[in-house]
Design a protein. Sequence first.
Length: 159
Amino acid sequence: MKITLITVGKVKESYLRDAIAEYSKRLSRYCKLAIVEVADEKTPENASEGTDRRIKEIEGERIAKHLAPDAYVIALAIEGKQLSSEELAAKVADLGLRGVSHIQLVIGGSLGLAPAVLKRADYLLSFSRMTFPHQLMRVILLEQIYRAYKINAHEPYHK
């Protein structure tokens, strides 16, 4: 299975880059992982709704260039479905059984995802109704993907 994270912006903090590298290394046993970063747009303070909408559209266009037509796209969105780790593992396993060979997971920028990206997604996934920094979300998502593979392989993993 190929897993691609499509993310907006660069990870600036070294401790987050280290965690991403660690989970990328761990995942290499289970899948082919790629991380694609698209440029984020600077959001001015006190930006209007129109400016926010335009920024999401620009970032959405950048994301769309990397969405493969044959990939199963999961967009992280606050309005998505919340799953337990076991349910996420079952979803990944089910996709594999259905012949899906490429899953793309999309993490938007600080303003979220453009409506066009949400519409293209095959599934909307929410980790919480809370908002998380999009850079930290990469680590959380990679950890949960790793946990899903460990669950599916019936291998022990800390709880």
